[in-house]
Every structure is written in C-alpha cells, then in structure tokens.
Design a protein around this ligand. Structure first.
Ligand code: SAM
Length: 372
C-alpha cells in the first residue's frame, strides 16, 4: 500500500534529497520548502532513515483533513487508528506548527491532538498512553495551514545528522547532513583522494569515506524513532540493514589535518568510532605545510567564519588558504564553505561553481574551484 511521507532537510538541499529518495524507490516526489514529499511502502520509510545522507527527518503521514472549528479538529484526530502504532500504556508527545489558523498557538493545537488521541484509547481500551516529551514511543507532529491539518508520525527520533560516530567535542563542527551535501555538490566521484586540511572533528573525511565505501548514513546509529512503534517490523528492518552493499576497500585515501592537536584528538576518536582508521589518515599540521600525496585530489574545507577571529586575521587566513591551493594543489578540485563573503575574496581564485547553503541559521557561500 502506498503511504505518504515527508523528508526534511536544510534550505538548498531539496534537489539532492529528492535524487536520493528517487534512487531508493520513492514515487510522486514533490519538492517543498526545506522538505520533499513522496510516496511508497513502509519499507521505504526504513530505507530513507537508514540510507539518506541529506535528510534530517522522515515523517509518515497518518491523516489529512479540513476543519472549521475545534470540534471538527478533535473528531478528525480521534478517528486516527493510533492503536496500530501506539500501545495503550505507551508514551506519546505532540508538536505542532500553525500558519494562519483558527488556533492562536501551536501549543493549543498540540494539546487538542493529544486529548483526542488519549480519549480514543481511554474509551476503547480503558487505558490511555501518557505524555513523555523527552523520549516518547511515538512522536506526533501536526502541521496546520489555514483550515487544513496534516498529522505525521516522526519516524526518525533524534535528527538524522546525528550519525552516531561522534563522541568528541569541537566548538564549530559542520553538520553531517550539510557535509554530505557539500561532498556531493563538489562533484567528487569517490575515485580520487579526499583531503580536508582544516578537518576539526573529522566530519568531512568521515562523511566522504562513508560515501565512497557505501556505508549507510545510519549505520552507526543505535536507535530510530520507529523502533518504539507497535507496528515496528523487525524482519523488514533487518532486511533493510542487510541490503546495504558496503565496500570492503576503495583504491583511494582520505586525509584529515588541523593545526590544533586537541581537535586532532577529537577527530581520531570519531574516526575510530566509525571504524575508519584504516582509511582516514590524520595528522596535526598547519594547512600551509600540506600537499597531496597524488593528484588529482579533491579538497573540501570549512574554515573558521570569524566568530573568534578579527577581520584582518581572517582575511589573512583565507589568503593563506588560496596561496596554498595555488602552490601545492595544482590539478585538484577545491571546495570551500564560508559565511564570510569578504574573507572568501581573499582566496584569490575564481569559482567554477557557486552555491548558497545554510550552516544552521547562518547563510553561507559554497564555492568550488578547479585548480588547473
Ligand atoms: C570551522 S572548524 C572546522 C570544523 C570541522 N569541519 C568539523 O566538522 O569539526 C575550522 C578548523 O580550522 C582549523 N584551523 C584554523 N587555522 C588553521 C591552519 N592555519 N591550519 C590548519 N587548520 C587550521 C581550526 O583548528 C578548526 O578546527
């Protein structure tokens, strides 16, 4: 049976996400703002959670209806057969977003939803689930626009950018979903060496190695939201996990370096958590002392944006990045993300491709340079 889903992502990544969903078998894909709507069977929901590198969250649509007043809203939610996925003594949480609705606050819409679901349980089973905002068995999300409501279950739980390989702390790590998208947008095909000479906690080399080795994005995660649903199909999930075609080896190397020994220790821990020590070579170094072992190679970096640096120092740092790329990386492709457009000019290279991406709320430019 075909179900409706919604995959969430960052602004600017919708097209990449759609391509991933289509490759997994999604049908009727429609690009929305920071999301892609699609259809398929429940097994597709498992696959998307496990394999999608550019999705943050996958919602399963369980109801869609029009309403004019509180009563109609309550009655429509009451009709949702929640006992199919939620135990009567289980836990739930409800979040809501509203847009030009009869409800003044999302909180009220969420409360009414919760009441309708719990009343259905009480009246049918003499027992009702309780609310657990932190760790619910089932997380409902209600999206209301004018007098139209869509009720979703959040199948993901903790956001999919939390891959499960990070234990070390870095003050400015790049989001894993954004890192995976940057790797795709750079045009790197996984056939040449990958380098990040400002690697911090190691996100970019780890994401690149995972992509090249075909390691699913969710491979290291212990939990997905749908694990706690009553209709969780353990066999279907095991089949999904087994369907991954992980490569044992690839004929390329991955390099990560950073000026900070402290951050290199964090990167080492993360690389080790991801079981990628045989693939990713880490060493502490100033970027100016780096060069590729062989060319062509792809360099992707996420330099500091200046939260802690003076503008002059930042311009100087970006000039050193540009000089190093010109001097040591002839024949390579380099890609750089930064929110500091002024500092980016000091790289002194003309980008072959330009993208606008968001690192959290921060609007960034992502430039790809051909060094030949
Ligand atoms: C924004 S962080 C990178 C975060 C990284 N992408 C991650 O996911 O953890 C920028 C990094 O550049 C490093 N850095 C600053 N100056 C450097 C230099 N001259 N050579 C090498 N690395 C440098 C910093 O130590 C910092 O870890």
């Amino acid at each position: 049976m075909s179900e409706k889903f919604l995959a969430k992502t960052f602004a600017g990544l919708e097209g990449l996400l759609k391509d991933e969903l289509v490759a997994l078998g999604a049908q009727q894909c429609r690009i929305l703002n920071r999301a892609v709507q699609f259809e398929g069977g429940l097994e597709l929901m498992y696959k998307c959670n496990y394999f999608c590198r550019t999705a943050l969250r996958i919602f399963w649509q369980v109801s869609e209806f029009q309403f004019q007043n509180n009563n109609q809203f309550y009655e429509a939610v009451y009709k949702i057969p929640a006992e199919r996925f939620l135990k009567s003594n289980g836990t739930l949480a409800v979040s809501a977003t509203i847009n030009e609705s009869i409800f003044n606050t999302p909180l009220f819409a969420a409360l009414l939803t919760k009441d309708a679901i719990c009343d259905r349980f009480r009246e049918k089973y003499d027992e009702r689930p309780s609310v657990d905002k932190e760790n619910p068995d089932v997380q409902f999300h209600v999206h209301i626009s004018r007098n139209q409501a869509i009720v979703y279950l959040d199948s993901t739980g903790e956001s999919l950018h939390k891959r499960g390989y990070k234990t070390g702390n870095h003050p400015a790590p790049i989001n894993e979903v954004l890192a995976a998208a940057m790797i795709k947008l750079s045009g790197w095909d996984g056939k040449t060496d990958f380098i990040d000479f400002m690697c911090g906690s190691g996100t970019l080399p780890i994401e690149a190695a995972m992509a090249a080795l075909n390691i699913p994005a969710g491979y290291y995660r212990r939990h997905f939201g749908f694990f706690s649903w009553l209709n969780f199909d353990r066999k279907l999930w095991n089949d999904t996990v087994k369907s991954a075609k992980i490569r044992e080896d690839v004929p390329i190397d991955f390099y990560g370096s950073d000026i900070s020994e402290r951050f290199m220790a964090v990167a080492r821990r993360n690389v080790s958590n991801a079981n990628l020590r045989d693939f990713i070579r880490l060493r502490q170094s100033d970027l100016m002392d780096t060069k590729p072992r062989r060319t062509p190679a792809t360099i992707i970096i996420n330099p500091p944006y200046g939260e802690r640096l003076e503008a002059d120092d930042l311009n100087d740092l970006y000039k050193r990045i540009g000089d190093t790329l010109k001097r040591n990386y002839q024949g390579c492709t380099a890609a750089i993300i930064s929110s500091d457009t002024e500092a980016m000019k000091h790289i002194g290279l003309r980008p072959a491709k330009k993208f606008t991406l968001f690192n959290g709320a921060l609007e960034c430019k992502y430039h790809v340079f051909n060094l030949w």
